[in-house]
Design a binder for this molecule. Structure first.
Ligand SMILES: C[S@@+](CC[C@H](N)C(=O)[O-])C[C@H]1O[C@@H](n2cnc3c(N)ncnc32)[C@H](O)[C@@H]1O
Length: 317
């Protein structure tokens, strides 16, 4: 590579273009092409006018190496990051976009982790770390207008459903609503557990955006998700609603693999509560519901078992 770069540097433009033929023929790796590009660009003079060409050096470099400016800029950033895995990925596949996307994801994540670290000592009232059955005791009886939550999926929800219904029956005001995301597989058991201390109202179908995915262990493509609606008696004056919601896409999974999209949470909060009302999410995760509740001028109470998730939520408030 070094010899070729030096060689290129000394060549008049016409010759450099000839070399380009070789570049195409020899199937260089992207990181090598970037080096060649850099050498050509660093050639003296703003325009390569010595052979009468009016093209800018970078256009010539682009012609010689066969890479466009956008691809070059991405490949350069990947090389500059010094991330060997990404450079290898780019060189092996020739696919700069895939490696660039991963680089941006990594940089984003690093940035977010920094913000989380900076905010971890922030005090936020009504955000509790621990099991809802324990730390939830701090929440007063009949103090909550709406429980809107997203418990762990599958069998884990079955085991929690009964305790959750007892807890929600205590903290909800009479006529308060309980709304919960839920999977399909254990629906009868979960409905049963929740019915222990709450009353069933309805199931809303949240239609997934996109192609849907196969449920693991089932030969079924999942196109929608149940959203369960229960209440603490008496039957409340709930707002008029349609039992079908069109999903907005998946949530930001970079900080929590089960994160829900903000837009859906905001839609449900706006529909089923009023400004100033109290909303509790006892399975707050990365805080989609907690943060949306704040944003929509309601009072948020959040409980989450995992301290890292609590730190994530703090960084978002
Ligand atoms: C499906 S995730 C919630 C994701 C959240 N909706 C979001 O958008 O990030 C369920 C969360 O409940 C938490 N969790 C599980 N068991 C719990 C318990 N007994 N008490 C409080 N939190 C619990 C888990 O740590 C997990 O973060």
């Amino acid at each position: 590579m070094e010899i070729r770069q030096e060689y290129l540097k000394r060549l008049p433009l016409q010759k450099q273009i000839e070399v380009a033929e070789n570049v195409f023929r020899k199937d260089y790796m992207l990181s090598e092409l970037v080096k060649i590009w850099d050498v050509i660009e660093s050639h003296q003079g703003k325009h390569v006018s010595d052979v009468g060409h009016k093209l800018k050096r970078r256009d010539i470099a682009s012609r010689i190496t066969g890479i466009g400016h956008d691809k070059l800029s991405k490949a350069r950033q990947i090389i500059k990051s010094g991330d060997k895995e990404l450079i290898q990925l780019m060189d092996k596949t020739g696919n700069v976009n895939k490696a660039y996307h991963r680089l941006k994801e990594k940089q984003n994540r690093e940035q977010i982790l920094k913000i989380i670290e900076q905010n971890k000592d922030k005090q936020i009232t009504d955000l509790f770390c621990g099991d809802f059955r324990e730390v939830g005791k701090e929440i007063k009886d009949s103090s909550t207008d709406l429980v809107f939550t997203d418990p762990p999926y599958g069998k884990a929800y079955v085991e929690l459903a009964k305790d959750l219904s007892v807890f929600c029956n205590r903290i909800l005001r009479p006529g308060g609503l309980f709304i919960s995301y839920c999977g399909h597989a254990y629906l009868p058991d979960i409905l049963n557990g929740l019915s222990n201390s709450l009353k069933y109202l309805w199931i809303i179908s949240l239609v997934h955006k996109g192609q849907g995915i196969f449920a693991s262990g089932f030969n079924i493509k999942v196109m929608w998700k149940p959203i369960l609606v229960f209440y603490k008696p008496p039957l409340p004056q709930y707002p008029q609603f349609e039992d079908l919601i069109m999903g907005t896409g998946s949530g930001d999974k970079s900080l929590h693999e089960q994160a829900q999209p903000d837009e859906e949470a905001e839609f449900i909060i706006s529909k089923f509560s009023l400004e100033g009302q109290v909303i509790c999410d006892p399975f707050a995760g990365s805080g989609t519901i907690f943060v949306s509740t704040h944003k929509l001028n309601r009072i948020a109470i959040g409980i989450e078992l995992n301290q890292d998730n609590i730190n994530t939520i703090k960084s978002k408030i």
